[in-house]
Design a binder for this molecule. Structure first.
Ligand SMILES: Nc1nc2c(ncn2[C@@H]2O[C@H](COP(=O)(O)OP(=O)(O)OP(=O)(O)O)[C@@H](O)[C@H]2O)c(=O)[nH]1
Ligand SMILES: [Mg+2]
Length: 270
């Protein structure tokens, strides 16, 4: 039986206990990085310290000028499973090619290598690693194809460091995409998502068009269109404290256009 975390655990984001066999489930965390040298060591330690022995970490680095890829390689030497196999690996890509493309490449590799579940996670500490056990527990106990770490279900919260303007913009962007697409996922723009390998195979990552942040919306819409059950688990979303944001105008414009593109495409298929 999956044990629900208590109210305190939900508030603090601490891990709920998973049955031993569930903790052995092959789960790969895919983490795209671009200039995250100040964050990657801490993230790797946090993930490896979780009581989830089946968890592996795949860093997808786009040749970060600050040496993130090399730092990650050195870290990867440190972490091994009991049978001696590596728990952490690094995929090196040649150029900065967008968060969406990095995710598509890393998630495909994770599924090819045998992951049963794949978790998307940013490297900047925004996503609570203490919620991973709960998300995996929900996936295993409900058979959902996608479990969203959600800022916008009851219990979900945003960093206090975000001013009212930024909070409103985030809410608005989320409402914009879900209204155009007619979906009921509360956090459709969020980037902390656990996928079953079956859902990822059905979606076909090679067919995903988003280069940047609209990847999150495109993927969730594809899961819904394929008929997969989607669950949402409340999370607290922290602000980045180390390093710089990679958000720029080009990816913002892509995010504005993408819901319309997806809508037109899906109507064409009806
Ligand atoms: N490999 C790769 N990773 C990227 C790219 N763009 C962003 N990332 C990573 O994707 C994750 C999310 O990017 P952020 O810059 O934190 O985006 P954000 O969360 O919208 O922005 P902040 O609120 O400023 O943190 C981070 O781990 C980045 O390092 C890219 O082009 N390639
Ligand atoms: Mg961030």
């Amino acid at each position: 039986m999956y044990q629900n975390p208590g109210a305190d655990d939900v508030a603090t984001g601490r891990a709920g206990a998973l049955p031993e066999s569930w903790g052995m489930t092959p789960l790969t965390v895919v983490m795209p990085t671009y200039n995250e040298a100040g964050n990657v060591p801490r993230m790797a330690e946090l993930l490896m310290d979780l009581d989830i022995p089946g968890l592996r970490l795949l860093i997808v680095d786009d040749s970060s000028p600050d040496g993130t890829g090399q730092i990650a390689e050195e870290l990867a030497q440190k972490f091994h499973a009991e049978d001696g196999t590596p728990r952490m690996s690094v995929m090196h890509r040649t150029a900065k090619d967008g968060l969406g493309r990095a995710y598509a490449a890393g998630m495909s590799k994770a599924v090819e290598d045998g992951a049963r579940y794949v978790l998307q996670m940013d490297a900047d500490g925004s996503h609570p690693e203490g919620k991973i056990a709960e998300m995996l527990g929900v996936a295993l106990s409900t058979d959902a194809g996608l479990v969203v770490g959600s800022r916008y279900v009851p219990g979900g919260t945003l960093s206090d460091a975000w001013g009212a303007h930024r909070k409103l913009l985030s809410r608005w962007a989320n409402a914009y995409a879900s209204t155009i697409l007619g979906t009921r996922v509360r956090d459709i723009t969020g980037g902390f998502n656990l996928w079953s390998a079956d859902a990822l195979r059905a979606i076909d990552l090679g067919s995903v068009g988003s280069a940047g942040y609209s990847f999150q919306v495109e993927m969730k819409y594809a899961a819904l269109r394929q008929g997969f059950q989607v669950m949402e688990v409340p999370i607290h979303f922290e602000d980045r404290t180390v390093g710089e944001s990679k958000m720029n105008l080009a990816v913002q414009l892509e995010s504005i256009a993408m819901p319309w593109k997806l809508r037109v495409r899906s109507r064409g298929r009806k």
